[in-house]
Design a protein around this ligand. Structure first.
Ligand SMILES: *[C@@H]1O[C@H](CO)[C@@H](O)[C@H](O)[C@H]1NC(C)=O
Ligand SMILES: *[C@@H]1O[C@H](CO)[C@@H](O)[C@H](O)[C@H]1NC(C)=O
Length: 469
């Protein structure tokens, strides 16, 4: 502490007032330079949820977001501010404070049937349990790791995720913590944010690896987790689920069943290396195949502000086709929400709620080997059996209505709770992990993302989570 004044005393006393500012700058220069140098180091090494200092996942290359729009200083400021200061100095303490659910809130509701799939998804670890070694081995396939300890969330980022998937997925978990303060157990989870499952049941038979992603198949151990778009997909203007569902439902009611076009409708992107979508283009004939197939031109849609592709205006047909894309597709929930009969071309992928689908009950199955004739047959059957067809459509919509945001948090709550019971160690954040909080994500979000995040914010629940049994 004595050093600076000592060095000042060494300065010539003459004309000190004049020289002082200049000398001060000179004497502080090494310190400033040192700080800038250190800051530069920190900034160039800090990985962020929007992709700073991260490479894309090697198993799915995509163009990285560029940060050209930011100046170097603005970026440095943002990284320091959002990564290091925001969570530490936030005012909100809802995460840690346990709020007991009011006793008067009555018995908890029963969860939808498909919640039972949680036990099937976690079955591979029922005996072996989940060890640190499992997580270390799963890390090779993960884009990020989420560790919750004492209601605080820590993220260890390994790779960038495409668009805002990481931001919205981590946001989803933070909202779960807000909704059930003090109730989410300590947990250590690996996530990948890309479409295709990777933990093959044959290859990993001897040691199943626990990895969360948005879908799975019968041949994979990957554990399905609600996809980011339930909280919003700003890049293509898909709003948070509660808003989108209500709009679609309202839109679907503007036409009675009989007034809807008695044809099967599909609109999407056929160019996603999906053989089934390519095949589907060939069924585009109203009279011969009963189907109307349209190409979604995202470039065009973006230019026109996505008005034509508004999901709620896509419910004017009695039948809506679901065709998987590169893997599972987020469109399934919007298709089912229409109240039209969902014609589902036998899917290879499942997401967490598609296990609630029952053929002839809430959708009709389409055989991909006889694609166009199968569509024609379903459409003809439906048009001859108005009441039954309408009921299938309605039950599909009801399935989606039962999947409110509240139920979505309940699913995550049960999934994470059951998973945590399998851990044979006490989770603690790795040294490379950083705390994430709602404020830090809002801090990194651009204006549009912030708007979507804000609209999907959760509040402490007045009731208990639904019960599975
Ligand atoms: C399907 O047919 C309709 C009507 O003939 C046409 O407008 C539309 O562009 C066709 N879709 C594709 C993907 O070719
Ligand atoms: C978030 O939403 C609230 C009300 O819903 C509004 O008052 C606030 O300005 C919004 N904040 C942002 C950043 O959009």
């Amino acid at each position: 502490m004595g050093l600076p004044s000592k060095s000042f005393r060494l300065l010539p006393p003459l004309r000190l007032p004049y020289l002082f500012p200049f000398l001060l700058v000179i004497s502080l220069f090494p310190l400033t330079a040192l700080i800038l140098y250190k800051v530069d180091g920190v900034v160039s090494q800090t990985k962020t949820v929007v992709g700073h200092n991260l490479k894309p996942t090697p198993w799915h290359i995509f163009p990285l977001r560029t940060f050209d729009e930011e100046t170097r200083q603005a970026r440095a400021y943002k990284i320091l501010q959002c990564s290091y200061l925001t969570c530490r100095y936030r005012s909100d303490s809802t995460y840690r404070r346990r709020r007991f659910v009011k006793a008067s809130s009555g018995p908890a509701e029963k969860c939808p049937e498909f919640f039972a799939a949680i036990y099937r998804d976690l079955q591979p670890w029922a005996e072996s349990r989940i060890s640190k070694a499992h997580l270390e081995a799963a890390q090779k396939y993960a884009a990020f790791r989420v560790v919750i300890v004492g209601g605080k969330l820590y993220v260890d980022l390994y790779y960038a995720c495409v668009q805002s998937r990481a931001m919205f997925t981590i946001w989803a978990i933070l909202q779960l913590l807000r909704r059930y303060p003090g109730m989410v157990p300590d947990v250590d989870m690996m996530f990948d944010c890309m479409d295709k499952p990777t933990i093959s049941r044959t290859k990993h038979r001897s040691m199943p690896l626990p990895l969360f992603r948005y879908c799975t198949t019968k041949n994979h151990f990957d554990i399905p987790f609600p996809d980011w778009s339930f909280w919003g997909w700003p890049e293509i203007n898909i709003r948070p689920w509660h808003e989108e569902f209500l709009d679609i439902k309202e839109g679907s009611q503007t036409l009675s069943w009989r007034k809807k076009v008695p044809r099967a409708y599909w609109k999407g992107n056929p160019d996603v290396s999906s053989p089934i979508r390519t095949k589907l283009l060939k069924c585009n004939h109203s009279r011969i195949w009963g189907a109307q197939i349209f190409r979604q031109d995202w470039g065009e849609a973006a230019r026109s502000g996505f008005k034509q592709s508004k999901l709620s205006s896509q419910c004017n047909h009695r039948y809506k086709i679901y065709a998987e894309g590169y893997a599972w597709s987020v469109s399934l929930k919007y298709i089912l929400s229409c109240g039209s009969v969902a014609l589902i071309i036998s899917p290879r992928y499942e997401d967490f709620f598609s296990r609630g689908l029952i053929p002839r009950e809430n959708f009709l199955h389409i055989d991909p080997l006889h694609l166009c004739p199968a569509i024609k047959q379903a459409v003809d059957w439906g048009n001859e059996h108005d009441n039954e067809a309408e009921a299938i459509g309605r039950r599909g919509q009801e399935l989606m209505e039962s999947l409110s945001m509240d139920r979505l948090y309940d699913y995550m709550f049960h999934l994470i709770s059951e998973y945590s019971k399998l851990q044979d160690f006490k989770p603690s954040p790795p040294s490379t992990a950083m705390e994430a909080c709602a404020e830090s994500l809002l801090c990194f979000a651009d204006e549009k993302q912030r708007n979507y995040l804000n609209r999907s914010m959760a509040f402490p629940s007045q009731t208990h989570p639904c019960t599975i049994h």
